[in-house]
Design a protein. Structure first.
Length: 213
């Protein structure tokens, strides 16, 4: 019979699949290496198809639309893996907030007269894969909750940074409705991150420290 932790890790694997194709920004044949170790178009084609700030804004908005949908499932798995009732409640509460984020991001797309669309992020895939590995590695340990908080906060920091950029770009593009919604979501992500920090500092880390070596 599959253990709870194994089931959780399997669930996390489903929201962070690997081998999703070439990295974002990578191109096909006829391209040359860049300083980042990826590939980019030849100069003649590059300047003909150069993107503008609005394209970047929409692309990153799509990344967050996909990310939030994947996190709804990931947070459920983190909640199941948590041993602390307070941490489990925090994950469940933020899962409900995340459902709202998906809805509000859809509203942003509609305000921009765009169909809502998602764009997978390899960064998020990596973070969720790490959460899956931590769930396996610390099964049955008092340290599991500290590990889960660390994994969750890495995702929160990614989200806060991305929403900060999106908010700034929305202001520059004079998309006031989008800017307002994105700022609200960013504030909720900051609050969720602070909740995790408080749990770690007031109980979870001490519990992990008290475990016999």
């Amino acid at each position: 019979m599959m253990t709870i932790t194994a089931a959780v890790a399997t669930s996390l694997h489903n929201v962070c699949p690997l081998n999703r194709g070439p990295p974002r920004g990578a191109c096909g044949q006829g391209s040359r290496p860049s300083v980042f170790g990826l590939e980019h178009p030849e100069s003649s084609n590059f300047f003909l198809s150069m993107k503008i700030l609005n394209d970047l804004f929409l692309d990153e908005l799509a990344v967050m639309y996909d990310t939030e949908q994947r996190l709804i499932r990931a947070l459920a798995s983190l909640a199941e893996a948590a041993s602390s009732p307070d941490l489990r409640e925090a994950f469940q509460s933020h899962q409900e907030e995340t459902r709202g984020h998906v809805k509000r991001l859809g509203e942003v797309f509609m305000d921009l007269k765009q169909e809502p669309r998602g764009r997978p992020s390899e960064a998020v895939t990596g973070l969720l894969k790490e959460a899956q590995e931590l769930t396996f590695d610390y099964e049955g340990s008092l340290t599991i909750d500290a590990a889960l908080i660390a994994a969750a906060q890495k995702v929160e920091h990614y989200e806060i940074a991305t929403y900060g950029c999106l908010h700034a770009w929305a202001l520059l593009l004079k998309e006031e409705t989008a800017a307002r919604i994105l700022h609200q979501i960013m504030d909720e992500e900051k609050s969720a991150n602070e909740t995790l920090s408080q749990l770690a500092l007031t109980m979870i880390n001490e519990d992990a420290l008290s475990e016999d070596p």
